[in-house]
Design a binder for this molecule. Structure first.
Ligand SMILES: [Zn+2]
Length: 257
């Protein structure tokens, strides 16, 4: 939440995500799992996939889940092929000949020419194009040819299915905020609502890193009434109504949990 008398002053202190321009003839970018920090997804490779080294991601009830940029770059394709092939897909150019593809999306959250960083939500998992059920079809390419997928330099499983957990955007591309309760410690909950169990407290005035945000029970706090909850760790949520973030509502660039 944001608007109070010192809002402009504090907003000036917020640090925007910094993009490093891609340079040609560089080593491969450090690609990360294309989902928000902390999430775990089942990724499958198979020999009859097209192209061969593509990875299909799934998790329970994944329709509409946010998909994030694998690495910094520039969006150079936001295309809807209709009921065939990739359907709705995004391509990101990472420089040095490297690009990534995100296909069968439900919708887009970026446009061509946009610079993106780690953790940036580019669209949502869907089942568009030649897809028989919701999943993310993901590719890494070098000079147009598909290459075996690597996350943080580690080769994906070829061939088979394994779980990949995301550290994408866990650091600087997350949001930051300051807890303001006017005195009492703020209760940390195991989920996004007052009905979840208390798992700790955060002191008034504490600085917190917000990994992602989601909707939960409505709380009235220092910054008004809000249904937004901020995840500040694994299984740790606080009401955004008590957190100064410089923004009313969701923080731009911070993923939904
Ligand atoms: Zn696929």
């Amino acid at each position: 939440m944001g608007k109070r008398w010192f809002g402009l002053l504090a907003a000036g202190l917020l640090v925007a995500g910094v993009l490093v321009p891609a340079a040609p003839a560089m080593a491969a970018p450090t690609f990360k799992v294309p989902f928000p920090c902390g999430q775990s997804w089942s990724g499958q490779t198979r020999t009859n996939h097209s192209p061969a080294y593509s990875l299909d991601f799934n998790r329970t009830d994944d329709l509409g889940d946010p998909v994030v940029a694998s690495a910094p770059g520039t969006v150079d394709r936001v295309t809807d092929l209709g009921g065939t092939s990739y359907g709705k897909y995004v391509r990101i150019n990472h420089g040095g000949g490297y690009s990534t593809y995100y296909a069968h999306l439900n919708g887009f959250n970026v446009s061509v020419g946009q610079s993106v960083g780690y953790g940036k939500v580019i669209g949502w998992v869907g089942s568009t194009g030649g897809s028989t059920g919701p999943h993310l079809h993901y590719e890494q390419r070098l000079n147009g040819a598909d290459i075996q997928v690597r996350f943080n330099g580690a080769l994906a499983l070829y061939w088979g299915t394994k779980n990949y957990s995301s550290d994408n955007g866990c650091g600087s591309s997350g949001g930051a905020g300051t807890v303001d309760t006017s005195g009492t410690p703020l209760t940390v909950r195991s989920g996004p609502g007052t009905g979840y169990s208390a798992v700790g407290t955060v002191a008034d005035g504490a600085r917190v890193t917000i990994q992602c945000q989601t909707s939960g029970t409505s709380v009235t706090g220092t910054y008004g009434t809000s249904t937004i909850w901020d995840r500040i760790g694994s299984g740790r949520f606080i009401s955004d109504a008590y957190v100064y973030t410089g923004h009313d509502g969701y923080i731009p660039g911070v993923p939904r949990c």
